[in-house]
Write a protein that binds this ligand. Structure first.
Ligand code: NDP
Length: 525
């Protein structure tokens, strides 16, 4: 007999800092998903007709609502994701607010039709324009690590472009998902335009099977692969924002005081659970000992605890099993010759999800720590002879999301950036480009495809439509029927005229013109 999955009808809102289930949130039934997508489609048909002014006014109201609710929103993010309160404000709340501000200020520019100038003389008498039309219903499947910033960044861009959204937030952060739905409704967006569906992978799967017009997926490589396969089955286009293994290259002329503080924050922010985390540090040998000493000294000062305490620097991991994974990754590295310089212990005295931030040296690509996405608070360093070796090792990864270069010479930094395989490279900063609305975010290879944020991200939310107006409406085109030998000769002259040098242009201009002044032979003589 076939067995069927049975789902209880609520999702626990679990606090990783305390281990408590604070609230139960209603689950969506997979059977309801097709009707929710159909409802979104109906809402979208009306929404696409709204003016840019109307959409911007609603985005502005959304921004005001988020600003008013900022402390409550941050508190819920802390409660479900475990991150420190300051990080919830600076990352989740800031990015959500800034995305709304960016689109309400720039939407008319982003959606303005674009003139398409024609270079070919065959098309000179035509006028082309690109119009940006909505895609339809966009399904967004999101991760838990930035439970407001990631879904809000994508939902806002999608509705600004005239789409409806069905968003599956993570089952780890159901309260954040509920809040997102309420924010759009309370700000006056039409019913059915932004829909939150709650549940685990089965809801994500049901959402793809309901055949939305596009999928924006953020999550792990393993799930991303499953999503890509399911999308391919239905020919649904997708954007995949997957994992990263970002390299930080510290050159000997870097300001080590600054670079070591950056390494700490880049490796430990959100307890290292960031797609853009600094997970591989390549430090020039001449400065590696001093750099590591600074990292260790500073790491020892970090305060581990409940993110709700305003002075906490590093919160818990998302679930207890992630603590064991950190221990396994460190044990594998130590067994192969790496040295833990500080931290790296579970802290059950604080709670079952707590793990001390660790600094580990002598890591290399034979170790799991440099092969797999860490997604935890481990600052892992390999000393390198020079920048060439740092570039080679940084590029030696299946991931290519982002990277950073640390140097007092910006020109050298830019030159190194041009050699790194990554969707973004920051010079003397890390991660923060994610919060720059104009900066595109996304990678290639195992890090996925497509972009979110910036103009490149906005183009994922629209269908470009090319409209062409002919300047000689009363004339049959030279390339239409009937064909004959003289048209063949004229076409030959035209090719030589169009693609030849100046001499060819002069000698074949007359012959080429014959293509335009020809009798197609349809008129009765
Ligand atoms: P997962 O891949 O576990 O989950 C991502 C989303 O997919 C969740 O909503 C999950 O549901 C859902 N899902 C699970 N199975 C399926 C399925 N079969 N079909 C459709 N959807 C499914 O990732 P995490 O949430 O654990 O996020 C961490 C990962 O995300 C890391 O690898 C990180 O690097 C990456 N990430 C990438 C970012 C980027 O921009 N490149 C940004 C942030 C994170 P549920 O969790 O409810 O089971």
């Amino acid at each position: 007999m076939a067995t069927q999955a049975v789902f209880v009808d609520t999702l626990p809102s679990y606090n990783p800092a305390t281990g408590e289930v604070v609230e139960e949130i209603r689950r969506t039934s997979p059977e309801d998903v097709p009707a929710i997508v159909a409802r979104a489609k109906t809402a979208q048909e009306k929404w696409r007709e709204t003016s840019i002014v109307e959409r911007c006014a609603l985005l502005d109201r959304l921004k005001q609502a988020m600003l008013a609710a900022r402390n409550d929103l941050a508190t819920i993010v802390v409660r479900e994701s475990g991150k420190p309160y300051v990080e919830a404000l600076f990352s989740d709340v800031f990015v959500s607010l800034d995305t709304a501000a960016y689109y309400s200020a720039n939407l008319s520019k982003l959606l303005a039709p674009e003139r398409v100038p024609h270079h070919s003389s065959a098309a000179k008498l035509k006028t082309g324009r690109l119009f940006y039309e909505p895609v339809g219903v966009i399904a967004i499947i999101s991760s838990w690590n930035y439970p407001l910033a990631i879904p809000m960044g994508q939902i806002i861009a999608a509705v600004a472009a005239g789409n409806a959204v069905v968003c599956k937030t993570s089952e780890f952060t159901p309260k954040c998902g509920e809040q997102i739905g309420n924010l759009f409704l309370d700000s006056g967006f039409p019913e059915g335009l932004v829909n939150i569906v709650q549940g685990g992978g089965e809801i994500g799967q049901a959402l793809i099977d309901a055949r939305p017009d596009k999928i924006l997926f953020t999550g792990s490589v393993a799930t991303g692969r499953r999503v890509a396969e399911a999308c391919a089955k239905h020919l649904i286009p997708s954007v995949l924002e997957l994992g990263g293994k970002d390299a930080m290259l510290v050159l000997e002329d870097a300001n080590l005081e600054v670079a070591s503080s950056a390494a700490l924050w880049g490796s430990f922010t959100n307890c290292g659970q960031v797609c853009l985390s600094v997970e591989r540090l390549f430090v020039e040998k001449s400065v590696c000992v001093s750099f590591l000493a600074l990292c260790v000294e500073k790491t020892k000062t970090l305060r581990l605890g409940n993110g709700a305490d305003p002075s906490t620097d590093v919160g818990p991991l998302i679930r207890p099993q992630n603590v064991q994974r950190m221990k396994d990754l460190l044990a594998d590295a130590v067994e192969r010759g790496a040295r833990i310089l500080c931290g790296g212990n579970a802290r059950p005295d604080l709670g079952e999800c707590f793990f001390e931030p660790a600094v580990i040296a002598g890591v290399d690509s034979s170790m799991r720590l440099f092969q797999e996405e860490t997604f935890g608070p481990i600052l892992a360093v390999q000393a390198v002879q020079n920048s060439e070796e740092a570039i080679r090792l940084a590029n030696d990864s299946p991931f290519s999301l982002s990277a950073s270069v640390w140097t007092s010479d910006n020109e050298r930094g830019k030159q190194i950036a041009s050699c790194l395989r990554a969707g973004a490279v920051m010079i003397n900063d890390a991660i923060s480009y994610f919060a720059i609305a104009e900066a595109p975010h996304g990678g290639c290879n195992a890090s996925g495809w497509g972009r979110s944020h910036g103009r490149a991200g906005f183009l994922e939310m629209v269908q470009p439509k090319y409209v062409d107006v002919d300047g000689l409406a009363g004339k049959e085109k030279p390339w239409w029927y009937h064909y004959n030998a003289s048209l063949g000769a004229a076409a030959d002259d035209f090719l030589k005229f169009e693609f030849g040098g100046l001499g060819a242009k002069i000698s074949h201009a007359r012959g080429a013109l014959k293509t335009f002044f020809r009798d197609h032979g349809f008129k009765k003589k």
